[in-house]
Design a protein around this ligand. Sequence first.
Ligand code: OAD
Length: 254
Amino acid sequence: MDDQAIHPPAQALAQARSVVVLTGAGVSAESGIPTFRDTMAGLWASFDPQQLATPEAFARDPELVTRWYDHRRLGCAACEPNPGHLALARAQGELARRGGSLTILTQNVDGLHTRAGAENVVELHGSIMTWRCSKTAEPVTPPPPPEPWPEFPPISHAGAPVRPDVVWFGEALPEEALERSFEALQSCDLLLSVGTSSVVYPAAGFIELACANGARTIEVNPQETPISSIVTWALRGRSAEILPRLVAVAFGAA
Ligand code: OAD
């Protein structure tokens, strides 16, 4: 990606009043967290989502499901935010200083945007760091990393298996997260889609919503996706490299 190509979207970022950034697994790839759909390294290449990421799978084999999610919880806790996460947090601060805003809508459950210092992060698919009783929905705090749960599945005070506070296939997204997303999408003048394959709804539909409201759009992804042909600027490359460059051109060197 040459410097020329980065100038127009960087200028749009610097001039925007209300920015929405939609992120997916790709933004955390360079922190060492595997994506889902990359052909070789993606989680769904080695694991079947129907056996691990559905309410039916949890009911059938809660031990397997909670072991897998706890393994991922500890993996995420051992990773650090990368320059892409840090650049988004910086852009948020720069825009706030100019009276603007930046909302992050993430499909990731790893908590890395917040750990990078970002605020206003909407976790569309929940968080792998928080767990709850599957019967009462009462939060149940997991042991601090790197400690795993002492048993699988963990059992709550109510005597029911404890589950991660993530959204599984077939489950509804948290209502508050959806409300905050639609509110931000309705008023944004710029949307960035970063590191998502744009195939899982409703997040995959956010770009069209933003476009319908007149927002300009930027995609950051090393691969083409279904939204590449409709975005204003498609920036091909890794987010840990492109986002810091975009933010540096928009707001100056940190
Ligand atoms: P995917 O694994 O479907 O897509 C990851 C995207 O990141 C792909 O388009 C890659 O090309 C891109 N990518 C890979 N490395 C990158 C890098 N270094 N920088 C930027 N982009 C990179 O992940 P999601 O789109 O997040 O849901 O998947 C959406 C949902 O499907 C997930 O939240 C999860 C999954 O099944 C549930 O588990 C419910």
